[in-house]
Design a protein around this ligand. Structure first.
Ligand code: NAD
Length: 363
C-alpha cells in the first residue's frame, strides 16, 4: 500500500504522525511511505532521516492525497485540504468530528474512510491513542506548576520540593485517571506533598497501593476540596466525566480561600475546564491572574513538547497503521474490533453514533 505522512498545518502544531523509525517498519512490511517535505522538522526529524528509513520525500500535500491510499495526520484535515481528499481513501488521524460540523460534512462529501485516533478502543474499553497524550499532559502539568510557582513567572516564589529545613509545597490533583496519576507522580518526584482526589473507591485503593509515600489518595467531595484549597500551593485539574463537560469543582468564591500566587493548572480545559474561572489559553500566552491566583489553561499542552509527544503518539498509532496498511481497512476492522470503533465516517456515511447525534445525521 502507499502510505502518506502529511506536514501538520494547524497553528502551534509541531508533531508529525510517523517517525523515521515508524517509516522504516512500514517499509519493511513492503509499503511505500511518502513523507511531505519538512513534515518532521518541528519534532526534530529531518527529511534525510526519513530518506534513510526508506521513505520518499514529496513536495506538496496535493501529491500525498493524489498517490496515497492511507493518509496520516495528527490533527484533523484543514479546509484547504478538503478538495484534495479522494473517494475510498483512508484517513487516519485525530478528527474530533463532534466539535465541527463543517469537517464532518466535508469528509462525508469526500466519500473517504475516516478512522479517528480518539475513538479506537483497546482492552477494557481503554482509549489507547488518547492515553499517550494524557500521559504527556499530566507529566507536563506538574512541570508547569513548578515553573509558575517561581516569582519571576508570577507565582509565590517557592520550590515544590522545598529544601532541607524548608517544607515542601502542597499540590492538590483533582482526578486520579491517566492525567492525574502522571501529574501526581511527577510532583511527588519533585518532593511535593500531593493530595490525589478521585470519586472511585476502587481507583483510590489502586492508587494507595501504587503511588509514592508522599502521595495521599483521598475521596473527592466538595467538602474535601474546600478543606484542601487553603493549604494548596498548586492545584491540577484532571477530571473527566465521559461524554460530558468537566464539572466545575472550584468556584470563583473558593479562590478567596487560596494563597495569593497559588497556581491552578486546568488540564481539563479541553472539556470546558474544572475551575469556574478557567478560560482557554495558548502556549504563547499561557497564564492569567484572577483574584490573586495564577491560572494556566492551555488546551493542547502536548504541543509544547512535540518531540516527546510525537514519539509517544506514534508508539501507539504505528501498530494500527501497519494493520490498516497490511490488511486494508475492512479486513483490519473485522479482525480488530478496536479499529472498527475508530471508523467514524465511511464512504459518505456516518458510522459513529455520537457524531451522527451531534448533528442530527443518519446513522
Ligand atoms: P481519565 O478518564 O483517565 O481520568 C479522569 C478521572 O477523573 C477518573 O478517574 C474519574 O473517576 C475522575 N473524576 C471524575 N469526576 C471527578 C470528581 N468530581 N472529583 C475527582 N475525580 C473525578 O481521563 P484523563 O485521560 O486523565 O483526562 C483528564 C482530562 O484531561 C480530560 O478532560 C482530557 O480531555 C484532558 N486532557 C487535556 C489535555 C490538554 O492538553 N489540556 C491533554 C490530554 C488530556
Amino acid at each position: 500500500m502507499i502510505v502518506g505522512i502529511l506536514k501538520e498545518i494547524k497553528v502551534e502544531e509541531n508533531r508529525v504522525s510517523m517517525t523515521p523509525a515508524g517509516a522504516e517498519v512500514m517499509a519493511h512490511h513492503g509499503h511505500t511511505v511518502l513523507v511531505e517535505q519538512s513534515a518532521g522538522v518541528g519534532s526534530g526529524f529531518s527529511d534525510d532521516a526519513y530518506r534513510l528509513a526508506g521513505a520518499e520525500i514529496v513536495a506538496t500535500p496535493a501529491e500525498i492525497y493524489a498517490r496515497a491510499q492511507l493518509v496520516m495526520h495528527v490533527k484533523e484535515p484543514q479546509p484547504s485540504e478538503y478538495d484534495l481528499i479522494r473517494e475510498g481513501q483512508v484517513l487516519f488521524t485525530y478528527f474530533h468530528f463532534a466539535a465541527s460540523e463543517p469537517l464532518t460534512r466535508a469528509i462525508m462529501k469526500s466519500k473517504a474512510v475516516a478512522i479517528a485516533y480518539e475513538t479506537i478502543t483497546g482492552p477494557e474499553n481503554t482509549l489507547p491513542l488518547l492515553t499517550p497524550m494524557s500521559e504527556v499532559a499530566g507529566r507536563m502539568a506538574a512541570q508547569q506548576a513548578a515553573k509558575y510557582s517561581e516569582r519571576s513567572q508570577g507565582g509565590r516564589g517557592i520550590l515544590l520540593g522545598g529544601v532541607p529545613g524548608v517544607p515542601p509545597a502542597t499540590v492538590v490533583v483533582l482526578g486520579g485517571g491517566v492525567v492525574g496519576t502522571h501529574a501526581a507522580q511527577m510532583a511527588c518526584g519533585l518532593g511535593a506533598k500531593v493530595y490525589l482526589l478521585d470519586l472511585s473507591l476502587e481507583r483510590l485503593r489502586h492508587l494507595c497501593e501504587t503511588m509514592p509515600k508522599n502521595c495521599f489518595p483521598v475521596m473527592s467531595s466538595p467538602a474535601t476540596i474546600r478543606e484542601l484549597l487553603p493549604q494548596a500551593d498548586a492545584v491540577i485539574g484532571a477530571v473527566l466525566v465521559h461524554g460530558a463537560k468537566a464539572p466545575k469543582l472550584v468556584t470563583r468564591e473558593m479562590l478567596k480561600s487560596m494563597k495569593p500566587g497559588a497556581v491552578l493548572v486546568d488540564v481539563a480545559i479541553d472539556q470546558g475546564g474544572c475551575f469556574e474561572t478557567s478560560r482557554p489559553t495558548t502556549h504563547t500566552d499561557p497564564t492569567f491572574l484572577l483574584d490573586g491566583v495564577l491560572h494556566y489553561c492551555v488546551a493542547n499542552m502536548p504541543g509544547a513538547v512535540p518531540l516527546t509527544s510525537t514519539v509517544a503518539l506514534t508508539n501507539a498509532t504505528l501498530p494500527f497503521a501497519v494493520a490498516l496498511a497490511d490488511q486494508g481497512w475492512q479486513e483490519a476492522s473485522r479482525q480488530n474490533p478496536g479499529i472498527k470503533e475508530g471508523i467514524n465516517i465511511a464512504l459518505g456515511q456516518v458510522t459513529y453514533r455520537a457524531v451522527a447525534e451531534a448533528f442530527g445525521l443518519p446513522y
